[in-house]
Design a protein around this ligand. Sequence first.
Ligand code: F6R
Length: 256
Amino acid sequence: MQSLVTSCGKVRWVHGHDSAALSREAAGMFAEVLRTEEQPVLGFATGASPLQMYAALVEQTAADPALQAAWRRAHGFNLDEYVGLSPSDPRSYHAYMMANLYNHVPIPRHHIHIPDGTGDLEVACRRYDDLLTQLGPPHIQVLGIGRNGHIGFNEPGDSLELRTHVADLTETTRRQNARYFGSPDEVPSRAVTMGIGDILRARRIVLLAFGASKREALERAFSGEVSTRCPASLLQLHPSVTVFTDQDVRPALLRG
Ligand code: F6R
């Protein structure tokens, strides 16, 4: 794989043409945390972006008994869940995580933490933050980026919330995710999401951005400006972000 690693400020930029190879490299960063931390705490996302990374992590685990042992000590935290979908709903992020990762690695079931989108949401948010405080922060957190620059379900706006909260999804996001539901109208209008503060507390952040549809959001996120209108731009403030992308973008931060 041809990969260009450019250190721009605090952001490490890994560019290549093969998203599968980039995803394997990203999976290697998670495997490294699993191997080195006594009680690894891993932060996960859903959607299309991390799918190849999860497949690679499953493959690397199957081939390595030390990784299998490490998963037994690991905790996993997910960024978000739709409001109103129960864990057994195949469109829920619970179901996604079981199908794409957790059913294939030996993590204890009670070490799997995903926000609860049913029942008393305020209680669910506080409980999630308490757990994050108790067990976290994650040693490593994977993120995708929305076309509107969202991370988790922290949508662009006048302000951003730091802790886990209930977010109203924008029309752009509901359209972006309609492929899993049939039509934008069927996409839940709210989600429980970790806040920006929760995300920025992770020790290392891996951002995966593949395909031309992510180009503009990447340019904005790493333009050198920070704005709540592009939540991913706050990643510029984090001390350890690695971006894996197959897009030939040249954000201002890289040019400087
Ligand atoms: C998913 C999440 C979202 C997605 C983003 C990109 O848990 O928090 O922020 O990462 O919407 O989605 P994909 O990867 O489907 O393009």
